[in-house]
Design a protein around this ligand. Structure first.
Ligand code: SF4
Ligand code: ZN
Length: 311
């Protein structure tokens, strides 16, 4: 298979990938150019940020967020990284993930802010918090990630937080939410969540890129990423929906892109005005909260952990 872009320019080069959903075969150099251009286009089209903005990239050490950080740097955006050490010791997951994030930060010479949850929860990581509180690990993890990415971004004066959610993540979540007509979650599923009182802007520049494309970019750019999935991810329902979508995509290339972007174009605008909850500062930490007792979910969780540890 030959690279189509090279062919259009009168050259002949062997393709390294065929993208059926774009009907495009590309060689190494053309893929890199195409990949970065696609991200740049998404950022501009969705008005995520400009080159004047200070961007904090939430990195996990995995391929998606590291590919994003590297590509944003190459596109000339001012980006720093932020890593949350979840204290997951199974298969050395957190240690390895941190090393990969640190390695990229050194390679591109950009700072990496680190939050260690063991410092916050007296030596406990996600697994210990799960055993203690009996809350699902991913719900604890989600709460901690949402809270600390926002807090660090605001404390350090960033204009927005960029995350590595890719097209596969987004369509799996969208399908899950649609199957249960979860209007509340659907009304929050946008590539850009604007800043509002106490919340930094959150953006997902990789919404148009698949996992496979992010993986290839990492391989071609020699970005060292954590290959293991999180050991606590077993039973996560989006894994099943991703598999379902891959089967649909095989039969009908382009379905993922259509499902996601037609939702954004045709359905999301009808949903977004539905709920704008009233926010007030948490009486313990000052972060925004919607609860009537004015204590945010993270502070309530901290209290719970403290009480359970005492008993
Ligand atoms: Fe956190 Fe769950 Fe993802 Fe692991 S699988 S990183 S626990 S959200
Ligand atoms: Zn609080």
């Amino acid at each position: 298979m030959k690279c189509r872009r090279c062919r259009d320019m009168g050259k002949t080069k062997k393709a390294v990938i065929f993208l059926p959903h774009h009907n495009l075969s590309l060689c190494r150099d053309c893929f890199i150019l195409w990949y970065e251009k696609q991200i740049g286009r998404t950022i501009k089209k969705m008005r995520m940020f400009t080159r004047k903005d200070k961007i904090m990239v939430a990195v996990s050490g995995g391929k998606d967020s590291l590919a994003l950080w590297f590509a944003l740097e190459r596109l000339g955006y001012a980006t720093d990284g932020m890593y949350i050490n979840l204290g997951i010791e199974e298969r050395n997951y957190s240690r390895i993930s941190y090393e990969k994030a640190k390695k990229l930060s050194e390679r591109i010479k950009r700072p990496l802010h680190v939050v260690d949850i063991k410092d916050i929860f007296e030596g406990k990581g996600i697994s210990e918090l799960n055993k203690l509180t009996r809350q699902p690990p991913c719900s604890i993890c989600g709460l901690i990630k949402r809270y600390y990415t926002n807090k660090v971004a605001l404390d350090k004066g960033y204009d927005c937080v960029a995350t590595g959610h890719n097209l596969d993540d987004e369509v799996a979540t969208l399908l899950l939410n649609t199957l249960s007509w979860d209007v509340d979650s659907l009304s929050r599923q946008a590539p850009v969540l604007p800043e509002k009182q106490g919340f930094a802007r959150r953006v997902k520049p990789l919404v148009g890129m698949t996992e496979k494309e992010n993986l290839l970019y990492c391989l071609l750019m020699e970005i060292d990423y954590a290959k293991e999935e999180c050991p606590l991810s077993t039973g996560v329902s989006t894994i099943f929906y991703k598999q379902v979508f891959n089967k649909i995509e095989q039969k009908s290339p382009g379905t993922k892109l259509r499902f996601y972007f037609n939702f954004q174009k045709n359905i999301y605008p009808l949903l977004s005005p539905i709920k704008i909850p009233h926010l007030s500062p948490c009486s313990l930490c000052g972060q925004p909260t919607t609860t009537s007792d004015k204590i945010c979910a993270l502070c309530r969780f901290k209290e719970k952990v403290k009480n359970l540890t005492k008993n």
